[in-house]
Design a protein. Structure first.
Length: 194
């Protein structure tokens, strides 16, 4: 049963490695600035990912439209995970276009996109980023391993250098919660006064 302790130690090492890098912390701050700027301009967020990353994309959006820690005004965020949209586009155009078609339909200049891929090479997420760039939508990529193809395509890439999707996703959810807290601290400072 040593694997139980090993799993927690592996995640703890990844957290320590991540926070020991100033560029990682700087990228977190840049991502918060992008999101805050969008909301101050009356814009919205879009999110996408596959599998567990799809769940993380939905989680990010619901924390903004619902609430994180305290009651506050709802913030507009749309997860591109609607099953009828995905199956329609996958059937008519192919799975590689499920997110880019959603961005084309729902995105506007000045919005932001949270693009999540543990490999950094998911073609449907890459196509979403390409479409977002065409539409002047800022891109924050949550990635894993070496960042893959998406690493250099986003305005900000936050990369967890883990080798398995589960360990990467564990840190992605911590990043998501930290980004949301950062946004709330700037937009709703009264929620963080002691």
């Amino acid at each position: 049963m040593n694997f139980i302790k090993d799993n927690f130690q592996t995640t703890a090492r990844q957290i320590n490695t991540f926070i020991s890098s100033k560029s990682n912390l700087d990228n977190m701050e840049k991502a918060i600035e992008i999101i805050v700027k969008a909301y101050k301009s009356g814009k919205k967020g879009l999110t996408c990912g596959n599998g567990g990353s799809a769940c993380d994309a939905m989680h990010f959006a619901e924390e903004l439209t619902g609430r994180f820690r305290n009651n506050r005004k709802a913030l507009p965020a749309i997860s591109l995970m609607d099953a009828s949209h995905i199956t329609c586009v996958a059937n008519d155009f192919g799975f590689d276009y499920i997110f880019s078609r959603g961005i084309e339909a729902l995105g506007n200049s000045g919005d932001y996109l949270i693009a999540i891929s543990t490999s950094g090479n998911s073609q449907n997420v890459i196509n979403a980023v390409i479409k977002a760039k065409e539409m002047n939508i800022s891109i924050i990529a949550l990635l894993g391993k070496d960042g893959g193809k998406l690493k250099d395509m986003a305005n900000v890439s936050i990369i967890i250098p883990g080798q398995t999707s589960d360990r990467i996703q564990e840190l992605h959810i911590l990043i998501i919660h930290t980004l949301i807290e950062g946004v709330e601290r700037q937009l709703f400072p009264e929620n963080y006064q002691v």
